[in-house]
Design a protein around this ligand. Structure first.
Ligand SMILES: C[S@@+](CC[C@H](N)C(=O)[O-])C[C@H]1O[C@@H](n2cnc3c(N)ncnc32)[C@H](O)[C@@H]1O
Length: 593
């Protein structure tokens, strides 16, 4: 759609102080629902919450890289990355630009460095930089062409992406392929009758920086400068593709696309820490309840030296495919990924493991007359927890059949080659994945007490992810809904872990209702759980006490001083400069029957 309306960008209360003519810095103000702001201010104190809010609106100034130590060493990867930084220009533009505040350019040699925290020797940091001052006035007589992008698009660009076609909201009238364009972001603003609106329709024509009556509103919201990859008409006509190749960015982070694939994984530091805190041991059986895209799953498998079993669940088919793809890239064989709603991950004990299989075999035996039935669980696709159980049955006449336990009547001839393949799988372990050609296995769930350790990296409000340019979509009500969902998931985790086992609970949100209040619920509900200390410890303590807000219509219990010291809370405004994240670790004692 190519609207001919001129810019109607709504007034922005998020505007920064007026910049020098043509020089722009990035200084967005993160907006919250007033009731949520009130609640967080009660939890953190107003000043600390303001600092957190400010930090959330910009990206971390470094990239964290986890090394696949089964394929390479941290030292070897460090040297390769240093070479890449120097030779291939991963550091393009990290130097030589004016930086606002104290974050000055680094020496090339210190761009890649080892993570300084004990226990995280498999982690490297690659330095980025910003915020940089943007200057559009190199040719003052020429009017500057502009592109305004959506908030989601801008958040990706701040993390290093290009501007893709669907992300463009508005553009100057005569943009041609190859033109230099200034890129800014349209962020939701409060509207008179309540709620929020972006106030700009896709296809809007912009009048140029100086002549556009609204250009002042975009102060503080410029994210960089780029070269248009197509004319304006294309940007609003084609469905996908790069619209603008960024050449100058307000924050610069080196790009790792297709770099050392399988050897490294770009991952937030707290996520790496969460996998280490779980402390998985080779040979154990681990459950990763909400696993996609598999960042923590693969970290766990590597810590186990690919020995044992990591069961990775996600409710989305495509996301399970992502896990399997990542496991395959990293050459990890101990990961088994299934599509399953984690809220239904406990299988009832009265469903005996092999009922389906037994029935299937009986039916077949009765049907085929006397036969010699061989069921080698390891040699076949048999999976007690899978809904596509396949049993290979060998009759006296050496014929091989597979029987689906959902449909015992069904018999399918299985070639000897297939059986040999299965035997090979038995020898080589469970296989890199349980899907081929896009097929993902579903699971019926797992029996109680069947895992040594469980990681519940819960779906959450994600209010710790950064950069985040708007937070008004979350209300107190929606925050409560996340918390209820997490409790139900935690209930499942408690059933699945064996006595003597471990549960690690984590989220990427700063919301105490999904963090400390979950821990309170866990400890008050399950007396056999104990909160334990964590290694490595990088984050700070949890939040102590409780809150009562809005005439006691909103109350929440958090932690005691002692408990707060045992959890890890990653504050985005701390010098560690990570996303907002929370980790709690529980030891599981004997249940009282
Ligand atoms: C925080 S992300 C997990 C990130 C992952 N642990 C990692 O480190 O790469 C949460 C995931 O939970 C999944 N999810 C949400 N509800 C679920 C459910 N009921 N059962 C299983 N997975 C669920 C989402 O699809 C999403 O991939």
């Amino acid at each position: 759609m190519d609207s001919s309306s001129s810019s109607s960008h709504s007034p922005s209360a998020a505007a920064a102080p007026a910049p020098d003519a043509g020089r722009y810095t990035f200084s967005p103000k993160l907006r919250w629902q007033p009731e949520v702001e009130e609640y967080f201010a009660a939890a953190y104190g107003r000043d600390r919450f303001a600092r957190i809010s400010e930090a959330l609106a910009r990206p971390s100034r470094y990239s964290c890289i986890r090394v696949n130590t089964l394929k390479s060493s941290t030292d070897a990867v460090m040297h390769k990355l240093m070479d890449l930084v120097c030779e291939n220009g991963l550091s393009d533009g990290i130097y030589g630009m004016e930086i606002v505040g104290g974050d000055q350019p680094h020496e090339q040699s210190s761009l890649v460095r080892k993570c300084p925290y004990a226990g995280l020797e498999n982690v490297l940091f690659v330095q980025g930089s910003g915020p940089h001052v943007l200057n559009y006035n190199s040719q003052p007589d020429q009017s500057v062409k502009e592109v305004i992008v959506s908030r989601k698009c801008a958040e990706s660009v701040l993390r290093g992406a290009q501007v893709f076609v669907p992300g463009v909201l508005a553009c100057s009238s005569h943009v041609e392929k190859g033109d230099k364009v200034a890129v800014s972001v349209a962020i939701e603003q409060p509207v008179k009758d309540g709620g929020w609106a972006v106030g700009i329709t896709r296809g809007t024509v912009l009048q140029g920086l100086q002549s556009d009556v609204h250009y002042e509103e975009r102060n503080g919201l410029y994210i960089g400068q780029g070269t248009s990859a197509m004319p304006r008409s294309g940007i609003f006509r084609v469905p996908h593709g790069i619209a603008v190749e960024m050449t100058e960015r307000v924050y610069k982070l080196p790009s790792f696309n297709d770099v050392l694939e399988g050897e490294i994984f770009l991952q937030n530091l707290p996520s790496v820490v969460a996998a280490h805190v779980l402390d998985p041991q080779p040979g154990e059986r681990i459950l990763d309840m909400c696993a996609a895209p598999g960042g923590k799953t693969t970290a766990i498998a590597i810590l186990m030296r690919d020995k044992g079993e990591v069961v990775a669940l996600d409710r989305s088919h495509n996301k399970v495919m992502d896990i399997l793809k990542l496991a395959s890239e990293m050459d990890l064989n101990c990961i088994k990924a299934y599509k399953l709603d984690a809220l239904k991950s406990v299988r009832k004990t009265d469903e005996a493991t092999n009922v389906g299989m037994g029935e299937a075999i009986k039916t077949l035996a009765e049907d085929s007359g006397p036969c010699h039935v061989t069921v080698d669980v390891r040699a076949t696709n048999v999976n007690e927890e899978s809904s596509t159980t396949t049993v290979v049955v060998q009759s006296e006449t050496e014929q091989l059949f597979s029987v689906d336990d959902k449909n015992p009547e069904s018999r399918k001839y299985v070639s000897k080659a297939e059986l040999r393949k299965n035997l090979r799988r038995m020898k080589n372990g469970p296989g890199r994945n349980n899907c081929s050609g896009g097929r993902v296995e579903k699971s019926k769930g797992f029996f109680p007490n069947s895992f040594d350790r469980v990681l519940l990296d819960a779906p959450c409000s994600a209010l710790g992810l950064r950069p985040r340019l708007f937070a008004g979509e979350e209300t107190l009500e929606s925050l409560k809904t996340h918390a209820k969902y997490q409790r139900r998931m935690f209930d499942q985790a408690v059933k699945l872990v064996r006595p003597g086992g471990v549960i690690v609970y984590s989220t990427c949100t700063i919301n105490p209702g999904e963090n400390e209040a979950l821990v309170r619920y866990a400890l008050d509900t399950y007396k056999f759980l104990s909160l334990v200390s964590q290694h490595p410890k990088v984050g700070g303590p949890g939040i102590v006490g409780s809150c009562e807000l809005f005439n006691k219509t909103y109350t929440e219990e958090w932690l005691t001083e002692h408990e707060a010291e045992l959890v890890q809370r990653f504050d985005p405004s701390s010098p560690v400069d990570t996303i907002g994240f929370f980790i709690a670790k529980f030891n599981v004692g004997e249940r009282q029957v």
